[in-house]
Design a protein around this ligand. Sequence first.
Ligand code: FE2
Length: 160
Amino acid sequence: MATTTCRSPASTSRGVLRTDVEGRLRFRTILPVAYPVPTDGPVGQMLVASGRHPWRPAHVHFRIQAPGYKTLITHVFRAGDPYLDSDVVFGVRASLVADYVPHASGAGPHGREIAGRYHTLHFDFVLARSDAAPASSDPAGGSAGATTGGAPSAPRPVRA
Ligand SMILES: [Fe+2]
């Protein structure tokens, strides 16, 4: 499993990670929770007018790129979140919902001791070759829906 280095200040909650030669990586982060989008402008007025809430279900964002493959921008949602069926930005797809498995304190997946409860997420991303024919369009739209759909030739798995 790849040992990765985060090249971003902690305050941004973002990092650049590299996989091993088999496309695997492992990293440690905080457990995502649901959050509301800003409601102090036109979006908030639209939500009030349409009787909708501002919440996004818990998720982690990914932007995955590799030479010869289309860049994939997506997120992985946390199964069981109460907002999965009503995401304010309509980004949820069944293929993007995964179990964030809870564990008691003890030896973590990296072999080091973890004090306190923690969760693990295993997810396989599949990238489409950049020369592959475009996948059929997603009737629900949105960039987040184009993650594992289609039938890319010679897919390259990326595990997080
Ligand atoms: Fe987000």
